[in-house]
Design a protein around this ligand. Structure first.
Ligand SMILES: [Zn+2]
Length: 231
């Protein structure tokens, strides 16, 4: 059997609080397959340190080294940014130990996951579009700033180079690539190539995550844990 890469997205992302829309379809898989009570995307709570400890144990037993895609800042209601290690210090610490011990890989999942200022739920309808961060029509300086800041926060905290970038919602642009080229990022993992260009990249590899990947969100683990505790 081909080795499957297990990735968990949206750690530390306020998208879980503010992105709200209807049903979401995802394939069944593995030990999680019986527990998908999907109704609406948000809101749901961040995983706790205790929940992570239990999941990390399961991953280790199953010989899985997951890629954990962390969004570097939580976007508050008033659009202020709180860095992940400050917002969720206990969770961050568990992940840091796991990363430094080689049990998980930490990836960059953006600075904000969203377009700041447009992230709050709408009175009516979906705000999903604005829970993507790297739209091609944003200017180069926004791409640069979000990539630089997110790398800085994650690398300063985790004390290790961050080499994988997972664009939120598979949306990224040639401008994102130009920004990434100045960092330690060596791979972009995404379901899609740049939204606005077919230009090849130098020194950065594109890894299409449609095949040989199992991708879930912390929401899926959260639901698993809820069932685990209450069933
Ligand atoms: Zn995401």
């Amino acid at each position: 059997m081909q080795k499957v890469i297990f990735r968990i997205d949206d750690i530390g992302a306020s998208t879980k609080q503010f992105e709200q829309y209807g049903r979401f379809i995802i394939g069944n898989f593995w030990f999680l397959k019986t527990i998908w009570p999907f109704k609406k995307w948000g809101p749901y709570k961040e995983l706790t340190a205790k929940e992570w400890t239990e999941f990390l144990k399961i991953f280790e037993q199953k010989n899985i080294k997951p890629i954990i895609a962390v969004t570097a800042c939580w976007v508050e209601k008033n659009s202020e940014l709180t860095p992940f290690p400050q917002k969720f210090p206990e969770e961050a610490n568990i992940l840091k130990q796991a990363f430094l011990n080689g049990k998980v890989e930490i990836a960059n999942h953006g600075l904000t996951h969203c377009v700041v200022g447009k992230h709050l739920p709408k009175f009516c309808g979906s705000n999903r579009k604005y829970h993507r961060e790297f739209w091609p029509d944003l200017n180069q300086s926004t791409h640069n700033e979000h990539i630089m800041k997110s790398q800085e926060i994650l690398e300063n905290y985790f004390q290790k180079p961050i080499t994988i970038f997972v664009p939120p919602g598979n949306v990224w642009s040639y401008k994102t690539y130009l920004a990434l080229a100045k960092t330690n990022i060596k791979k972009v993992m995404s379901g899609r190539y740049m939204a606005d260009s077919k230009e090849p990249m130098h020194l950065i590899e594109f890894v299409g995550d449609q095949k040989s990947f199992f991708i879930c969100h912390d929401r899926d683990l959260k639901n698993k844990m809820l069932n685990y505790h209450y069933v």
